[in-house]
Design a protein around this ligand. Structure first.
Ligand SMILES: Cc1cc2nc3c(=O)[nH]c(=O)nc-3n(C[C@H](O)[C@H](O)[C@H](O)COP(=O)(O)O)c2cc1C
Ligand code: SF4
Ligand code: SF4
Length: 252
């Protein structure tokens, strides 16, 4: 079974592509996260966890979801991590997570996709995004062959400072960067509630036609990039920047 977490749709696209390739069921972790309920799932086929990369690790909220959930049946686990460019040593943490869960770790496949973190960077334009997605699709098809043939994913090549990025920098990122306080809806807000429906953590509530952000935010960018009128800003960091969501028909 494929279980995914997504903010802006890249990882959902990858999960659905793998589901088609492998004839597998596909579940969105947000079904459980929004309700604050642990997963209770069963599969006789390997678990395939698909998620974005946040500061060179899997999102903490998804790691906690796997740690606290019940995944019965198969004891094999593959990880597919979409990323703007690199996952650092996230594969090592995934392996440790498998030990805690009693899974046999079959490896981590990094898949480069358009970078959605527009608080710090600019997302690529549509043409470049579509080119990246075509490349990602080829990589995922190759990944599906490993799974079909019961093989481990190949080892992730090492890059400079991987340990520092996935270790101390990741911790600093969560401590100082990941906050919801700076989100606000401008006067372009039409009160449609889409941001609240898109938040995978149920962190946004609508009051008198306006969104209010709680303190469970993980900076997934779903609300900011999914608002149909571009009304959401994060302090001054997002002013004038193109929003990003997966450039295909699978947005919601
Ligand atoms: C909070 C945050 C942190 C990110 N950190 C990294 C990173 O460390 N390395 C990287 O290559 N991409 C990073 N990205 C980019 C995303 O991993 C990438 O765009 C991913 O495909 C988004 O997936 P989604 O559309 O399923 O949410 C980050 C994005 C966000 C929102
Ligand atoms: S999605 Fe945008 S327009 Fe709709 S309620 Fe949220 S901020 Fe307002
Ligand atoms: S509040 Fe917005 S950025 Fe934060 S988790 Fe929800 S959708 Fe993602």
């Amino acid at each position: 079974m494929i279980v995914y977490f997504t903010g802006t749709g890249n990882s959902r696209h990858c999960a659905r592509l793998l589901a088609r390739e492998l004839g597998e069921e596909c579940r969105d972790a947000a079904e459980f996260l929004r309700e604050g309920k642990p997963a209770r799932l069963r599969s006789q086929k390997p678990w395939i966890f698909v998620c974005p990369t946040y500061a060179w690790q899997m999102p903490r909220v998804f790691e906690q979801f796997i740690r606290e959930g019940e995944f019965a049946g198969s004891d094999q686990a593959y990880f597919v991590m979409t990323c703007g460019s690199e996952i650092g040593r996230a594969w090592e943490n995934n392996r440790e997570l498998c030990i805690r869960k009693g899974f046999s770790c079959r490896g981590t496949l990094p898949v480069a996709m358009p970078d959605n973190y527009i608080l710090l960077f600019r997302a690529p334009g549509r043409e470049e995004a579509e080119r990246m997605v075509r490349q990602a699709d080829t990589r995922l098809q190759a990944g599906a062959r490993f799974i079909r043939e019961g093989k481990d994913f190949p080892p992730v090549p090492a890059a400079a400072l991987d340990g520092v990025k996935s270790g101390p920098v990741n911790r600093l990122f969560y401590r100082f960067q990941v906050r919801a306080e700076k989100f606000r809806a401008t006067e372009s807000c039409v009160g449609c509630g889409k941001c609240a429906r898109l938040c995978p953590l149920g962190n946004i509530r609508m009051e008198e036609g306006r969104p209010h952000w709680g303190d469970r935010c993980t900076h997934c960018m779903a609300c900011l990039c999914g608002c149909p009128t571009g009304a959401i800003e994060y302090g001054r960091a997002t002013k004038g920047k193109e929003r990003y969501h997966f450039p295909g028909p699978e947005e919601e």
